[in-house]
Design a protein around this ligand. Structure first.
Ligand SMILES: [Zn+2]
Length: 300
């Protein structure tokens, strides 16, 4: 275990966000790298595509990974054809946001926090050499969401252990692990560490949502069948479902307005319309709020 501790100490000591400084290692001078896990092909997109678009526009490297292929997430279609369709939708989203993406071929509704999947997630974090890992809290309504969170927590230490999946080199430094916002109260409500104003990335987020009609467009799409009072016509339905997402992003800004004020001051916080929020996990690198503010896109 000695090597692990050495790697961890080095990871903590070497972290820097400032690009390019004479004598620093390659890992320190490269752009920040972010990997965001969603249980299904639409989750990372819903929770983090505003911040992803803004990161990408700053030259940072972002990758979205769906842990399952989403092959039961529709009321009139399933299996291979739906999985293919959803994979194409999130690929289009990634293009809009300027990021990379991957969809794992695990059936929707069947993700388990197995050793095999822990290794899979650890390899993905390592291959990306992530500085920041985003994902669901392990307290969530859907088992795939919960287990994505459990797998994140389980990966937080082993990504720096050189003899865990030794075929993939460990991350040079321990990443920061952060959870997406959610509305679940038990056993603990979400407690935002960082609230990111996403107004500058909002258009890309709405275009991304519009690129996923299997979830936000079809009459038998997941949201089309589960949201109340969805109108009949195709265009009306699409606009209505997009508006649901817009209202959720506005609700994040409103719900955490006090946190926005604490982070950015009242004058700037009052101008924020849409936001995405993230809570620092307790098992990865424990970055300070000031460091996190440097890492996340700056408010204008
Ligand atoms: Zn989901």
């Amino acid at each position: 275990m000695r090597r692990v501790y050495i790697a961890l100490a080095a990871a903590v000591a070497s972290f820097s966000l400032q690009p390019i400084a004479t004598g620093q290692s390659a890992a320190q001078s490269r752009p920040l790298r972010i990997i965001a896990f969603g249980a299904h092909p639409d989750d990372a997109e819903l929770k983090a595509s505003g911040v992803a678009a803004m990161w990408a526009s700053q030259g940072y490297k972002v990758k979205f990974v769906a842990m399952t292929n989403g092959d039961i997430g529709h009321f009139a279609q399933a299996g291979g054809p739906l999985a293919k369709r959803r994979k194409a939708e999130v690929a289009e989203c990634a293009k809009i946001l300027g990021i990379e993406n991957e969809v794992l071929d695990i059936h929707d509704g069947e993700l388990v926090p197995s050793l095999e999947n822990r290794k899979k997630m650890a390899r993905l974090i390592r291959e990306w050499q992530a500085d920041v890992v985003l994902g669901h809290r392990p307290y969530d309504y859907h088992p795939d969401h919960r287990y994505t969170g459990v797998l994140m927590d389980d990966s937080a230490i082993v990504v720096v252990a050189p003899f865990f999946v030794p075929d993939t080199p460990p991350t040079a430094r321990n990443p920061v692990f952060m959870y997406y916002s959610d509305a679940f109260k038990q056993p603990y409500p979400f407690d935002p560490t960082i609230v990111v104003p996403i107004d500058a990335g909002a258009d890309q987020k709405w275009r991304c949502v519009s690129a996923m009609p299997s979830q936000f467009g079809d009459e038998d799409s997941w949201q089309g069948r589960t949201q109340p009072n969805v109108p009949q016509g195709d265009q009306e339905r699409k606009a209505y479902l997009l508006d649901v997402v817009k209202r959720r992003s506005a609700a994040v800004a409103d719900q955490y307005r006090e946190r926005l004020v604490a982070l950015y001051g009242k004058e700037r916080a009052d101008r924020v319309h849409y936001a995405e929020a993230f809570q620092l996990g307790q098992y990865g690198r424990q970055a300070s709020v000031d460091e996190l503010k440097q890492m996340f896109p700056r408010i204008q």
